[in-house]
Design a protein around this ligand. Structure first.
Ligand code: GNR
Ligand code: NI
Length: 173
């Protein structure tokens, strides 16, 4: 296992649409293990592969505080969402130290391949549902700040662009 660096805004890689995994092989299982190690170390309750620079449709989530109970989802697809919505104060390891309310469906059903490549489906609610939807968004280049007003989003991104410039990184925009 290896601890990997987490990309932060305004890194353009976070905006790409990730590619489906063709076969769940040992390389994918190695990627999943690296993602879990990186997520627990952060610490975070979810991680998408693109957050460590790998543009594949792989996510891991573990919203349980007490016991380690990770769910690893390859090629996840939302097949149903509840009409009831729920507001959570979200955060993102790629948008460090910023939190804001996001409204999403309260429950969802998701089809995916597990780490053995077996097709599975889960129904999630509450924080697990929020987290899975947040992670699937990453696979499509969407960040939780995209749901905020343009004013708020611009202010957040601007702060990170400024930070990136000051740290000497070649930042776009
Ligand atoms: O650690 C995380 N916490 C969190 C809190 C509320 C809603 C979503 C999340 S996911 C986030 C980790 C992360 O950035 N995953 O992409
Ligand atoms: Ni995130």
């Amino acid at each position: 296992m290896a601890l990997r660096e987490i990309l932060t805004v305004p890194d353009p890689r976070l905006r790409q649409v990730c590619k489906p995994v063709e076969t769940v092989d040992d390389d994918i299982r190695q990627l999943i293990d690296d993602m879990l190690e990186t997520m627990y170390a952060a610490p975070g309750i979810g991680l998408a592969a693109i957050q460590i620079g790998v543009p594949k449709r792989v996510i891991v989530v573990d919203v349980d505080e007490d016991i380690r109970d990770p769910v690893c989802l390859v090629n996840p697809e939302v097949v149903w969402t509840s009409d009831e919505k729920r507001v959570y104060e979200e955060g993102c390891l790629s948008v460090p130290e910023y939190f804001d309310d996001v409204e999403r469906p309260d429950r969802c059903r998701v089809r995916f391949l597990d780490r053995d490549g077996e097709p599975r489906e889960i129904e999630a609610e509450d924080l697990l549902a929020t987290c899975i939807q947040h992670e699937i968004d990453h696979l499509n280049g969407t960040l939780f700040i995209d749901y905020l007003s343009k004013l708020k989003r611009d202010r957040v991104v601007k702060k990170f662009v400024k930070q990136a410039r000051q740290s000497g990184a070649a930042a776009p925009l």
